[in-house]
Design a protein. Structure first.
Lengths: 113, 892
């Protein structure tokens, strides 16, 4: 595996851990997740928001997330994502892996919260 | 602006994502736009920011797809005040139910079916067994019947003039006695001749039950005595039909049989007395057994009731009546003929309601128990369904708990939802029950007591609603308890990718397996009941009645006394039979005063000298028959001969007896023996095969047949029996026209094939068998579908474990065994519990069974086999699914 590949994997992993960590607290919809990544990283991390939805769908496909349409009275329905049991396991494992690497992620993913 | 369209435009030229994803992206775009505007950006600037997103999305277009979606969840309402909260819960529950119409319909239909069956049976049980008789002080009425110590004969519960008159003339425990007897009479004089059911009633009877005429008056005491002018009370229906409802009917006359009666009153439309087919009432004179100065003894048998004085028990009244009955000099031959014993008189008094419903009570209670089991299994099914959906709901509950809903609130929500389901099911069930209930009187056998009293009323409706709400609550119990024990983490992790583990790892799976085992047990109990009744009914229809009932037409006719004294009656009958025999297709035509399955009976008793045992008192059925009788009914002569034309009034008296008669009373060479006769001994010339006396279930009893030429034909009613080559119904018109040709005033009625008579006599057991079989089939279906559901759920839940096993080299056979063993555990547990319960409950069926024991091993084995086969079928699909689990997919 070349250097580029490692970088890509790291990148992809970081996206995933961010998303998983954000929906760990409670189910969130896509815009909410994107907004929180922006807010919580405080600009310290340049995150490629555009890949959010493919990430969400991939995580959902793998059973780490579960998305559901939720309708509130008087509003358009929104799609909420929540962490599955498998997602929780993956998040736990990834946290220990990434712990030593990205201290900057701390504020986003609350690894040491 | 329409954001969905806006986003869609951005994808032009690329693969456009599915509508679902477009909608999600449109939501995002709109939120981003609104956020930008909120930050103070101009419209153009905000749109530009959105467009940056759209471009990025378009680059990712190929990646924007996902697996099929679950249905939209409904956002739970926010917590608020108590009263308002329940209203909100209801509204929320209604929205939830509307959101999943398929699921709601399934649950409501299942519930409705259970409630419908329960309601109908409850209305039957209430109307027939529980609701009081519609008369003042009805609970003080007792049916009076008479027997003898040592009685051996199964005889209908009737009273005799011996005890009745003795008690009537000296009673202290009761304040009124009444008696009645039904018969069918030829109604002539107004309109076409017709046979109508007429009840002879003592004048005391109608005042006793507080009945009042619609017009005219009731009978007065003394009007029943011989020599008084004949009078009649008409039913409302007969009055309308024959007199057009004219109020001047009082004083007009009708002819019943050969007597002219003057109408004294009309009873109200809703008046029904115990003989509910009665269309007219005439005074009933109970003749004393012995007239002064005459040696004749007169015996009459009839229905009698008494009204207890307040505070008197039926036992006290019975003791008094028995004591009075024993003061009368007995008449032994009659006693022997009726009861098979000349022991001391016993008069019994049974609360009237109990006496009326005695025959149907066990069946109603059994069927009621069956529908309760059915309801329980249906409720179990719903509870299981709700639990299976629990994963999604538990997540919702967890979310709601996380945002601050209390445990009580969550439980309340669950109960409100299920109460609503219960109420919907209950209302649907009640509507169905009302529709079926209206058809019920036509579906029930004609001899079913108190049919008019069956129907829905407020009590039954409230009962049904209460039952359905309770069932609803029971279904809500599981989810509610889940809410009570809600721990957020486990609630959120139970999912299809559960880690490797036992099949009944989760609480939901365990509860569902338990419910499932219960459903198998219930199906087992109901199936055993149905199997027993089916086997019993098979025995009934295949029972050897001793006749060949195929191609036999039977009819009742009356040759009234005034125009047909015995000698003329014989002549007329001879002509009729000759003409019938000459009709095409007729093989044999015969007549008798008694015929099985018609409710007719004649009994005789006489002393018989035997060679070895001294004198025995013979107790036997006795009837006269025409020569072709045995050929016509298909009763086989096993020894000697049938009657023939040479057996005349002046030839040697002869008699034919049944095998049971010969076994019981005659020596080894019966054809050499004689029976005592009025003038000369009667030579036994033939022995016939035993045949049913009154019912299919009768044991063979001694029967004696005499040629019609050697008896006085003093019964006006007789039975015609015609055996045909083809369909016996084809000769019905010929039969009617032959009788009319003989005398236009003669009436033929109750024209039925012998097969139909037998079939009609089995109407009650047939109904019970069909009902219980239907309930059992439904319970079996529920159990089968339920097992399928539980196993499928389990396979889905264990997909990962199965994947691991397959990856490690487990063969499909081993995977199938894995699933099948789970099914086996559930079914075996249910089966064992069910068999034990069935063995314990089967005793209740005893009185409904014929030719099969309540613990019939064949029935139990068959039920076990059926359940195992159903379980096997229910296992096949989940097992195949398990065997085809792709380890690569589930382990990814």
């Amino acid at each position: 595996m070349g250097r580029y590949d490692i970088a890509r994997e790291l990148k992809r992993g970081s996206t995933e851990i961010l998303v998983l960590a954000l929906v760990e607290e409670r189910p969130r919809h896509g815009y909410d997740i994107a907004r929180l990544i922006g807010e919580r990283s405080g600009g310290a991390i340049s995150f490629h928001v555009a890949s959010l939805y493919p990430t969400l769908y991939r995580l959902e496909d793998r059973g780490l997330l579960e998305g559901r349409w939720v309708e509130k009275a008087g509003q358009r329905r929104r799609r909420y994502y929540r962490l599955t049991r498998a997602g929780r396991t993956v998040l736990k494992r990834q946290r220990s892996t990434w712990d030593t690497f990205f201290v900057a992620l701390d504020r986003v993913a609350r690894i040491r919260a | 602006m329409n954001w969905t369209d806006y986003v869609k435009t951005a994808f032009s030229g690329r693969t456009c994502p599915e509508a679902d994803i477009l909608e999600e992206l449109a939501q995002h775009a709109q939120s981003a736009y609104e956020a930008a505007r909120a930050e103070g950006a101009t419209k153009e600037e905000a749109l530009r920011r959105v467009d940056v997103q759209l471009t990025a999305w378009r680059d990712d277009a190929a990646l924007l797809s996902r697996r099929p979606d679950r249905p939209t969840a409904v956002e739970p309402p926010a917590a608020s005040g108590r009263g308002l909260g329940i209203l909100q819960d209801l509204r929320y529950a209604a929205r939830l139910l509307r959101r999943q119409p398929g699921h709601t319909a399934l649950v409501v239909a299942t519930m409705a079916l259970g409630i419908c069956a329960t309601t109908i049976l409850a209305s039957v049980a209430y109307g027939v067994l529980l609701s009081p008789l519609p008369w003042k002080d009805a609970d003080r009425f007792v049916k009076v019947y008479e027997s003898r110590e040592g009685s051996t004969n199964r005889f209908p519960p009737l009273a005799t003039n011996f005890s009745y008159l003795a008690w009537r003339d000296a009673h202290t425990t009761v304040d009124a006695l009444g008696a009645w007897s039904g018969s069918s009479m030829a109604l002539t004089g107004v309109g076409d001749p017709e046979r109508v059911r007429v009840a002879s009633i003592t004048p005391s009877l109608l005042p006793m039950i507080g009945a009042r005429p619609q017009i005219g008056r009731l009978f007065a005491e003394g009007e029943e005595l011989p020599g008084r002018p004949p009078i009649v009370l008409l039913s409302h229906g007969l009055w309308q039909q024959r007199f057009g409802g004219q109020p001047d009917v009082i004083g007009k006359t009708v002819r019943l049989d050969s007597t002219t009666y003057t109408v004294v009153g009309v009873m109200p439309k809703d008046f029904r007395f115990l003989d509910r087919d009665a269309r007219a009432w005439v005074p009933f004179h109970i003749r004393p057994p012995r007239q002064p100065g005459s040696k004749d003894v007169s015996v009459s048998l009839f229905n009698a009731i008494a009204r207890l004085r307040p505070g008197v028990t039926p036992e006290q009244a019975a003791a008094e009546a028995t004591a009075r009955g024993r003061t009368v000099t007995p008449f032994e031959p009659i006693e022997m003929a009726i009861w098979g014993s000349n022991g001391p008189v016993i008069v019994s008094t049974v609360p009237l309601l109990e006496a009326m419903t005695k025959d149907v009570r066990p069946a109603i209670l059994v069927l009621l128990a069956a529908v309760v089991l059915l309801l329980a299994t249906a409720t179990g099914n719903i509870a299981s369904l709700q639990l299976a959906r629990g994963t999604g709901r538990r997540r919702e509950m967890a979310i709601r708990a996380a945002i601050g809903a209390g445990v009580g609130r969550l439980m309340r929500q669950s109960f409100v939802e299920h109460l609503l389901l219960g109420a919907l099911g209950g209302i649907a069930g009640l509507i169905a029950a009302a529709a079926i209930g209206r058809a019920l009187p036509a579906l029930l056998p004609a001899d079913f007591p108190r049919i008019d009293n069956i129907g829905l009323n407020v009590r039954i409706e409230l009962f049904a609603l209460a039952v359905s709400m309770t069932a609803g609550l029971a279904c809500g119990l599981g989810p509610a308890l889940q809410a009570r024990r809600l721990r957020l983490v486990p609630a959120l992790v139970e999912d299809s990718l559960a880690p490797v583990g036992g099949s009944l790892r989760s609480g939901t799976a365990r509860t569902r397996a338990l419910i499932m085992a219960g459903q198998v047990a219930i199906a087992c109990v109901l199936l055993v009941g149905a199997a027993l009744l089916i086997r019993s009914f098979t025995h009934l229809i295949n029972a050897d009645v001793g006749y060949d009932p195929r191609n036999v037409l039977t009819a009742r006719m009356s040759l009234p006394d005034d125009t047909y004294p015995p000698a003329r009656r014989a002549q007329a009958l001879a002509v009729l039979l000759d003409r019938l025999r000459a009709t095409g297709g007729v093989q044999f035509a015969a007549a008798s005063n008694v015929l099985a399955f018609t409710g007719t009976a004649a009994l005789s008793s006489f002393p018989l000298e035997t060679r070895d045992r001294g004198t025995v008192q013979v107790q036997t059925g006795a009837r006269w028959v025409t020569p072709d009788y045995f050929s016509a009914v298909g009763q086989q002569i096993v020894q000697g001969r049938a009657f023939n034309a040479r057996d005349t009034a002046t030839s040697r008296p002869v008699v034919i007896v049944s095998e049971a008669f010969a076994r019981k009373y005659l020596g080894p060479h019966p054809l050499e023996q004689t029976l005592p006769g009025d003038k000369a001994p009667r030579q036994i010339v033939g022995i016939v095969r035993d045949a049913a006396r009154r019912e299919v279930t009768d044991d063979p009893q001694p029967e004696m047949f005499r040629p019609w030429t050697q008896v006085e034909l003093d019964d006006s009613d007789l039975n015609l029996i015609v055996r045909t080559a083809g369909d016996p119904r084809a000769i019905v018109p010929a039969l009617r026209s032959i009788v009319r040709g003989e005398d236009p005033n003669l009436l033929v009625d109750s024209v039925m094939t012998l097969n139909d008579r037998i079939s009609e006599s089995l109407a009650q057991p047939r109904l019970y068998t069909i009902l219980l079989a239907a309930f059992a089939a439904f319970a079996l279906a529920i159990a089968g579908v339920g097992l399928f559901g539980v196993l499928s759920y389990s396979v889905a839940q264990r997909a990962r474990e199965i994947g691991v096993r397959t990856a490690l080299g487990a063969t499909p056979f081993r995977v199938v065994t894995l699933v099948a063993s789970q099914a086996l555990i559930i079914v075996a547990a249910g089966l064992i519990a069910g068999v034990i319960a069935a063995a314990w409950l089967a005793g209740a069926l005893q009185s409904l069974l014929y030719g099969v024991a309540p613990r019939d091993p064949v029935s139990f084995a068959a039920v076990a086999a059926v359940l195992l086969i159903v379980a096997l079928v229910a296992t096949i699909v989940p097992a195949r699914r398990a065997a085809s689990v792709d380890p690569v997919r589930v382990l990814r």
